[in-house]
Each structure stands twice: as structure tokens, then as C-alpha cells.
Design a protein around this ligand. Structure first.
Ligand code: G
Ligand code: G
Ligand code: NA
Ligand code: MN
Length: 253
């Protein structure tokens, strides 16, 4: 496949970029973290989104190198913002296979040390699929990451093969409700009911709940009303190029 060799080359040739999308505390209005989202600036294809190449990278064993690059780049960026006076946190998406790499926890620790960022300022977003493929091992890795001091988030609740059994025993700090429910909740009564139920479910587990895909003010107000902790979505901010982040953080919103 041309895509595969192009991806290897792209990594060497530094063709990947990160954008950052804020997660905002609904009660305090404060940014709780900035999620790093990868894009590929291919000279021929133009800007390619992760949905196109992450699944390929997972299949051909490139995903760990990519995640390594994302961790290094986002933590270095976090340090640069810190040096400018912004003590923000970053969130990094971790693909299922990467969680099961033997040296993943050591790698995370090394990247934090290199950047000089305290572990609690890094959140790792993990989908349920990562846990389901080998629950016993995933649980050990999550406990090791927890012991290291990084925050853990379960991504896309409701989109995959959820198991409440695992959700209950995972050592995580927050759960993100999948945007497919949140995006429609202003118009679709069932989606509103599902989001309400998921917010209550996550709170019953004593975890923080994030709604992603907040696209209008009505949804934000509704989430506030039902006690959702944190929101993320185009209405708050699109994913931002890194140089726009300090200005966005400083502007009133
Ligand atoms: O940013 P966008 O909506 O195009 O992201 C599409 C998908 O790609 C999302 O599911 C997102 O979690 C995933 N994604 C974005 N950046 C990364 C990354 O750095 N690593 C992994 N594993 N997935 C990512
Ligand atoms: O799977 P994950 O949750 O990481 O997916 C994040 C993806 O969702 C990113 O590609 C991001 O661009 C996209 N996204 C973020 N906010 C919104 C939104 O409000 N609406 C829509 N449609 N997509 C969003
Ligand atoms: Na995510
Ligand atoms: Mn998500």
C-alpha cells in the first residue's frame, strides 16, 4: 500500500501536526485540558484527518511510533505554554494496541521527565476497545499509569462495546460521552434522555463526566442543568493550531 510507506516517510519527514481542542469546566468556565488531535499535512494529499490513517497505522504497527511522537510533541508544547505562564493540561489519545506495548508506561514517564511536566497535567484518553481486548492486562497497565500520576479518561462512552462491569472497576478519573448522543440532544428527545442517563451513571461511579460534540449554546445550558462537569465541542472551540491557543485562553468566553 502506498499509504503505508507514505506514513513511514511522513513520520521521518515531520509531516504530522497537532491541533488542540479545549475541554471546559461547565461550572467554573475554566479550561481543564487541551486534547491533542493529529493531522497529516501530506504534500500531495493535503491535510489528511486521523480517521483515514490511524486505523492503517494501527494495522501495520506504526501506531506506537506515532503515539510516541504525539506524546513528545504535545508535552513539549505544554511546557512551552507553561513557560509563557499558562499552566494548562494536555490530553492524548491512546490507541488500543499501544496500551498493550510492553514499555508504554516507561515511555510515558520518560516523555514527562524530558518535558518537565508533572504527571497530573497529562490525561490519557482510552477507548473501551483497548480494555476489552485483554481486560486483565489493560487493568494492570491502567493501575501502573495511575501510580505514575497521570489522569485517565475513557473516551467515546456509548459508541463501542461498553461493558458496565469493566467501567465499574477501571481506575480512571473521567468518562467522555460520545459526541453522537450530545450533538443531537437539542433536537432528539431520546438523545437527551441518553445523555442524562449517562451523566447520572458516571456520577454514580464517582467519576467526572465530559460531554463531547457540544455544538450550540442550548446544549451547553442543558448540560449545565443536568450537572455534567465538562464540555468540549465546536460551540466552545474548534481544534486550534498551537499558536492560537494562548490567545484563545486569554480571551473572554
Ligand atoms: O480530530 P478528529 O475528529 O478528526 O479525530 C478523529 C478521530 O481520530 C478521533 O476518534 C480521535 O480520537 C482520533 N485521533 C485524533 N488524534 C489522535 C492521536 O493522536 N492518536 C490516536 N490514537 N487517535 C487520534
Ligand atoms: O474520538 P474522539 O473523541 O477523540 O474524537 C474527537 C473528534 O471529534 C475530533 O476529530 C474533533 O475534531 C471532533 N469534534 C470535536 N468537537 C466536535 C463537535 O462539536 N462536533 C463534531 N461534529 N465533531 C467534533
Ligand atoms: Na479523544
Ligand atoms: Mn471521543
Amino acid at each position: 500500500l502506498a499509504l503505508v510507506s507514505d506514513l513511514r516517510w511522513a513520520l521521518l519527514n515531520e509531516e504530522f501536526r497537532l491541533q488542540y481542542q479545549p475541554k471546559v469546566s461547565i461550572v467554573e468556565g475554566r479550561v481543564t485540558s487541551l486534547e491533542a488531535l493529529i493531522r497529516w499535512h501530506d504534500p500531495v494529499r493535503g491535510v489528511v484527518g486521523p480517521d483515514t490513517f490511524i486505523p492503517v497505522a494501527e494495522q501495520v504497527g506504526l501506531i506506537s511510533d506515532l503515539t510516541d511522537w504525539v506524546l513528545a510533541t504535545s508535552l513539549r508544547q505544554c511546557r512551552a505554554w507553561q513557560d509563557q505562564g499558562s499552566y494548562v493540561s494536555v490530553a492524548v489519545n491512546v490507541s488500543p494496541p499501544t496500551l498493550h506495548d510492553t514499555d508504554f508506561v516507561q515511555g510515558v514517564r520518560r516523555h514527562l521527565e524530558l518535558a518537565g511536566i508533572p504527571p497530573h497535567r497529562l490525561t490519557l484518553e482510552i477507548t473501551e476497545g483497548a480494555v476489552m481486548r485483554d481486560p486483565a492486562h489493560a487493568l494492570r497497565v491502567l493501575h501502573d499509569l495511575r501510580a505514575l500520576g497521570v489522569r485517565l479518561s475513557i473516551d467515546d462512552l456509548g459508541a463501542g462495546q461498553s461493558s458496565l462491569t469493566y467501567l465499574r472497576q477501571l481506575p480512571v478519573d473521567e468518562v467522555k460521552i460520545d459526541k453522537s448522543f450530545v450533538m443531537g440532544m437539542s433536537e432528539v428527545a431520546d438523545d437527551d434522555a441518553i445523555v442524562c442517563a449517562l451523566v447520572n451513571l458516571v456520577h454514580t461511579l464517582r467519576l467526572a463526566v465530559v460531554a463531547e460534540g457540544v455544538e450550540d449554546e442550548r446544549t451547553w445550558q442543558r448540560l449545565r442543568q443536568i450537572g455534567c462537569d465538562t464540555a468540549q465541542g465546536y460551540w466552545l472551540s474548534r481544534p486550534l493550531d498551537p499558536e492560537l491557543v494562548p490567545g484563545w485562553l486569554g480571551a473572554p468566553h
